[in-house]
Design a protein around this ligand. Structure first.
Ligand SMILES: Nc1ncnc2c1ncn2[C@@H]1O[C@H](COP(=O)(O)OP(=O)(O)O)[C@@H](O)[C@H]1O
Ligand SMILES: [Mg+2]
Length: 230
């Protein structure tokens, strides 16, 4: 791998403490370069979501580290981690989590408003561009419940891209979609990685979809069992 990694896990592990400790993941070493499209696969309960949450600074490791652009991020105070999530990372989940009382455009504006780095006019311009790019240019004024499931998930992707993240982290983003819409989501991810250099890390249990990624990481019992590249 030539380019410096955007995210790197070193000896990453997470154990839920208690009288009967539960190991979620362990011994994860993984470097993700800009523009990589990675699928995380593995059986249910193998730690896919846990790994994604650790990489996304949504959970804290019990051991090892997560480096974002070469800087240890996992151990930072929560404020700094929240800032990094807002500026460097974009999340897509199985459920879209769009706010029903906001328009499509309003939902995409939320992360930009939170960051407050652009003027209102520039935020609107960017939100409209993103929706256009995702084939939703004519849906901007609608509310989420007026859209199809596939369209809603594309709005969620537009929202994840709002602050131009370095990495998109997606947990079973096609879990509620039919085959056609699932393919569309993966095509979008592939295009993003290829054309914008955004790294995309997506969990999926669908082997056909995983085959579209440039690199596949297979988890078993919380560790990397094998990995292969296209
Ligand atoms: N809060 C929790 N309490 C107890 N066990 C958990 C908790 N979260 C996850 N686990 C367990 O940790 C393992 C990994 O979970 P997860 O990362 O959600 O797997 P996956 O996403 O691959 O299905 C599973 O065995 C799961 O049951
Ligand atoms: Mg999961």
């Amino acid at each position: 791998m030539s380019a410096a990694p955007v995210i790197e896990a070193r000896g990453l592990g997470r154990v839920l403490p208690g009288p009967m400790p539960v190991t979620l993941v362990r011994g994860i070493d993984l470097a993700i370069a800009p523009g990589e499209f990675i699928a995380i696969t593995g059986p249910s309960g193998s730690g896919k979501s846990s790994l994604l949450y650790l990489l996304g600074l949504l959970d804290r490791p019990s051991e090892g580290s997560v480096l974002l652009d070469g800087r240890d991020a996992a151990g930072l105070p929560e404020n700094d981690r929240a800032r990094l999530r807002l500026t460097r990372l974009g999340f897509v989940f199985q459920f879209h989590f769009l706010l029903p009382e906001f328009t499509v455009l309003g939902n995409v504006l939320i992360p930009m408003r939170k960051l407050a780095a652009l003027s209102d006019a520039d935020m609107h311009r960017r939100a409209e561009e993103l929706l256009e790019r995702l084939g939703l240019g004519d849906q901007a004024r609608k509310r989420p419940d007026q859209l199809s499931g596939g369209q809603r998930q594309r709005v969620a992707i537009a929202r994840a891209l709002a602050n131009a993240p370095r990495v998109i982290l997606a947990d079973e983003p096609t879990g509620n979609l039919d085959t056609h819409n699932a393919r569309t989501v993966f095509d979008i991810f592939a295009g993003l990685a290829r054309d914008t250099g955004t790294a995309v890390v997506t969990v999926t249990h669908d082997e056909h979809l995983a085959a579209q990624a440039g690199r596949r990481i297979h988890l078993v019992d919380g560790r990397i069992d094998r990995e292969d590249r296209a």
